[in-house]
Design a protein around this ligand. Structure first.
Ligand code: IMP
Length: 196
């Protein structure tokens, strides 16, 4: 069985392939189906964006597929930047600028609770399924660490004293929002294969 993962992000692809390695399923990227489109992500929720991307591929290529969307939700900011995490400081999708903006919005705030949330939308055999993964933590007051990407240098996951960027990918990939959502997808696909 072949399923398209609507991404060209090598890191995400590798992570998903590792977690689903025991399943007789081939996960293929957009490049592998020769899709080089700039897929629209114009919904105002993570669920909406993940579904929008998955439906785009299903409609254009007729293939079963899944897509993900992630946001950082900060309690003291009414869950911003959320679905707008990538472009919080503008369309340039600049992580440094995004973190600077967030740290400045958080200046003086005592409630530093936040969570990363990933939603995966799967379109399979004509049906739609959603899976989510959450990791809770706090926003630091300054950037720490060199690993990872996005908001990793300013997020400390619950139960740890270091940021995602200090913890490194091995630890992060075991506890992350994305890993949790992919584990749920993996469990679902495994069950579905057993019951077929
Ligand atoms: P995407 O939906 O995976 O592209 O994520 C949207 C945005 O959320 C990214 O551009 C990052 O700014 C942020 N983000 C997503 N996942 C992570 C993560 O694991 N660490 C830090 N930031 C992330």
């Amino acid at each position: 069985m072949k399923i398209v993962f609507a991404t060209n992000n090598k890191h995400k692809l590798e992570e998903v392939r590792q977690i689903t390695a025991a399943l007789p399923i081939e996960i293929v990227s957009l490049a592998e189906i020769s899709c080089h489109d700039d897929i629209p992500e114009t919904a105002d929720t993570l669920e909406g964006n993940a579904l929008q991307k998955a439906h785009y591929i299903k409609e254009k290529f007729g293939l079963d597929c899944f897509a993900d969307d992630t946001g950082l939700e900060v309690e003291a900011l009414n869950n911003a930047p959320g679905v707008y995490s990538a472009r919080y400081a503008g369309e340039a999708h600049d992580s440094e600028a995004n973190m600077n903006k967030l740290l400045s919005e958080m200046k003086g705030k005592t409630n530093r609770n936040a969570r990363f949330r990933t939603v995966i939308a799967l379109l399979l055999d004509g049906k739609e399924y959603l899976f989510d993964g959450i990791v809770r933590g706090i926003i630091t007051t300054d950037k720490r660490g060199e690993n990872g990407f996005g908001y990793d240098p300013i997020f400390i996951p619950e139960g740890y004293a270091q940021t995602f960027a200090e913890l490194g990918n091995d630890t992060k990939n075991k506890i992350s929002h994305r890993a949790k959502a992919v584990e749920k997808l993996n469990g679902f696909l495994a069950q579905m294969l057993i019951s077929k």
